[in-house]
Design a protein around this ligand. Structure first.
Ligand code: ADE
Length: 366
């Protein structure tokens, strides 16, 4: 088991032919993946991570809820309630946990459920926690059943129960823990078992960011990176960033390289749009997979309803990635709707991809 980092801080359906994802198709634009790359999980990125609520742009409601929880806990001299953060990847769940720790004046241990391989790992982590410390577990929906069961008394009564020996002679011993706060993060709140979910005092969702919030984030990051950028340059990157700060910052870095090498000028809207066209990031932030999925739905299924398995076959992506990564953004921008009978493509998506929406086709026939 590895602690990633520890901070001392202040339906039935016809299947379409699977597209040959031999990648002779236009290449996947990994620039638009919301998951963090190894590099982005490293220390280098810490300089652009906001360290205080005052520097954290967006998620206004969440910040307010947490601010109240922090002030109340501090006034009562208590630890913060356990907190579950859910929402699509790349929206700042880890950053939020680190800011929480800094605001409470405690440290934060960061790990992820797949890194907790045995019950011993989770017990070791819990026992090592200092008073008031925050334990951040990413992808908490992936915890093993055994690890979850160890967490229940730890969350409720700050104790772990360990069994010594086997069979009839086995004995249970309780170890008292320091009072701590568990911050769980998940992209799939619905996959969490209810006993685990019920033990979080606060359950909060992170939302996609609005373009103006992403513009502010890009301007802030550009300043840290000492990169000259105009407001319209930031806005051009923002609209292609899928509502996700991690993607916005990644695109900014690529546009910065382009500006330096090709344009030898500050980043403005023209430079940003030329660079992002070169990187095949479409003006709405759609990548090859989004476009392929929507096109198959339109061309082969008249825009839907289409089941998730068909969408998976159309793109070569697994259903979980489609549900967690692709669909939320397409629904957010109003290109896809989920109905009880399956997914349906909207008129805006038809237009964006250069197809005539079904209603317009009908009116032409009338
Ligand atoms: N960098 C990444 N996410 C951010 C946010 N929400 N505010 C400011 N800078 C950020």
């Amino acid at each position: 088991m590895a602690i990633i980092s520890s901070k001392q801080e202040s339906e039935p359906e016809n299947q379409p032919p699977a597209p040959s994802r031999d990648r002779s198709n236009p290449p996947r634009v990994d620039l638009l993946q919301p998951q963090a790359t190894d590099y982005e999980q490293g220390k280098q990125e810490d300089s652009i991570r906001p360290q205080r609520f005052a520097d954290y742009i967006g998620q206004k409601d969440l910040k307010e809820v947490l601010d109240i929880a922090i002030k109340a806990a501090q006034a009562r001299n208590e630890t913060l309630d356990h907190l579950l953060l859910y929402g699509p990847p790349g929206l700042g769940k880890t950053t939020m946990a680190l800011i929480l720790a800094a605001s409470m004046g405690v440290s934060c241990k960061i790990t992820s459920a797949p890194a907790i391989e045995s019950p011993r790992d989770i017990v070791g982590l819990l026992v090592s926690l200092k008073p008031g410390e925050i334990l951040f577990i990413d992808e908490i929906h992936r915890l093993s059943r055994m690890a979850e069961e160890i967490l229940y008394p730890a969350m409720e009564d700050y104790r772990v129960d360990i069994t010594i020996g086997k069979g009839k002679g086995a004995k249970t011993r309780s170890i008292a823990l320091q009072k701590f706060t568990l911050v769980g993060a998940t992209t799939r709140a619905g996959s969490l078992s209810s006993p685990l979910r019920d033990r979080f005092g606060l359950v909060q969702r992170l939302r996609f960011y609005q373009p103006d919030e992403l513009s502010q984030i890009i301007l802030r990051t550009a300043q840290i990176l000492q990169t000259e950028i105009s407001d319209d340059g930031a806005a051009e990157i923002a609209v292609r960033s899928r509502g996700t700060p991690r993607i916005a910052n990644r695109l900014l870095k690529r546009v910065r390289d382009y500006a330096q090498v090709k344009a030898a000028a500050a980043i403005n809207a023209t430079v940003a749009s030329q660079a992002l066209e070169l990187f095949q990031v479409d003006p709405c932030g759609l990548d090859w997979t989004d476009r392929q999925m929507l096109s198959v739905m339109i061309e082969q299924f008249n825009g839907g309803p289409v089941g998730i398995e068909t969408m998976a076959a159309a793109t070569g992506e697994d259903t979980q990635t489609i549900e967690e990564v692709y669909e939320p953004y397409l629904m957010q921008i109003g290109y896809l709707q989920r109905t009880p009978r399956g997914r349906v493509v909207t008129a805006s998506a038809y237009k964006h991809l250069g197809f005539k929406p079904p209603n317009e086709q009908l009116s032409l026939l009338q």
